[in-house]
Ligand binder design. Structure first.
Ligand code: FES
Length: 73
């Protein structure tokens, strides 16, 4: 799982497994999720931004209470 902080109060969580060839190489950089294996990109909702990313990433619901994050998978 990859958890990214978008701003002071907003977090997003996605699977670390890429939908292209199922490698666990998803990272978060420059405001989007990125697979270091072959360069597939995904937006913060998990939607693929290039052809190989079309299946998208599985996302997880997050709840924040104070300084605690709870991720539901
Ligand atoms: S496995 Fe992620 S881009 Fe190919």
């Amino acid at each position: 799982m990859v958890i990214a902080r978008l701003n002071h109060t907003k977090f997003v969580a996605v699977t670390s497994t890429c939908s292209h060839q199922q490698l666990q190489q998803i990272t978060f950089q420059h405001g989007e999720f990125y697979c270091t294996a072959h360069g597939v990109r995904f937006d913060v909702t998990g939607k693929g931004l290039n052809e190989a990313g079309k299946p998208g990433l599985t996302t997880y619901r997050i709840e924040q209470t104070g300084t605690t994050l709870r991720v539901f998978s």
